[in-house]
Design a protein. Structure first.
Ligand code: NI
Length: 189
């Protein structure tokens, strides 16, 4: 198990286009394994390779209801439907959250660790995470999708502090997440 160093804005690698993976090699498997470890260590819902200094088209996602992480190699959005506003954060943009426009549903195509291509339909948090992570691989950050210039805000110290005071009920959310929060209005993630 290895925790990789996180790349933080304005690291230029976050704005680069990742390259297609030709084949699932042992190196790619190792990268995926380390990315999963790093995502969990950072309490993220997802992680893209750029964020740990690699320009391979690889991303991992693990929402709270998943039994095992979803591995996306060369992922592509095939189709999106609808629009909604959701609150979002990113491990590479620490200390901030923002209100962004995202699709209601997405259809994605990707390769798994077994080298097979799969297709996936998603809504809610998973749809949001898919759009967020696939964006990363194309050099795009959530701050590029802000609803308005005013919709990026700093997570304040007071806020964190208040949170500590309450016992942690269900929303283990505040852990600042890569891409989280299903609904802008909800308090989670
Ligand atoms: Ni992110």
């Amino acid at each position: 198990m290895a925790i990789l160093d996180m790349r933080i804005l304005p690291d230029p690698i976050l704005r680069k286009q990742a390259k297609k993976v030709a084949k699932v090699t042992p190196q790619i498997k190792k990268l995926v394994e380390n990315m999963v470890d790093t995502m969990r260590d950072q309490h993220g819902v997802g992680l893209a390779a750029n964020q740990v200094g690699s320009l391979q088209k690889v991303a991992v996602i693990e929402t709270p209801d998943m039994e095992e992480p979803l591995v996306l190699i060369n992922p592509e959005v095939l189709k999106t439907d609808g629009e909604r506003q959701v609150e979002e954060g990113c491990l590479s943009v620490p200390g901030y959250r923002g209100l962004v426009n995202r699709s209601e549903t997405v259809r994605v195509k990707a390769m798994g660790l077994d080298g097979k291509i799969y297709r996936l339909n998603a809504d809610e948090l998973l749809a949001q995470a898919l759009e967020h992570e696939i964006d990363h691989l194309n050099g795009i950050l959530y701050i590029d999708h802000l609803v308005s210039h005013e919709s990026l805000y700093k997570i304040t110290y007071e806020h964190d502090y208040e949170d500590e005071d309450h016992e942690h009920d269900e929303d283990d959310s505040e852990d600042s997440v890569e891409s989280v929060t299903a609904e802008a209005s909800a308090s989670e993630d």
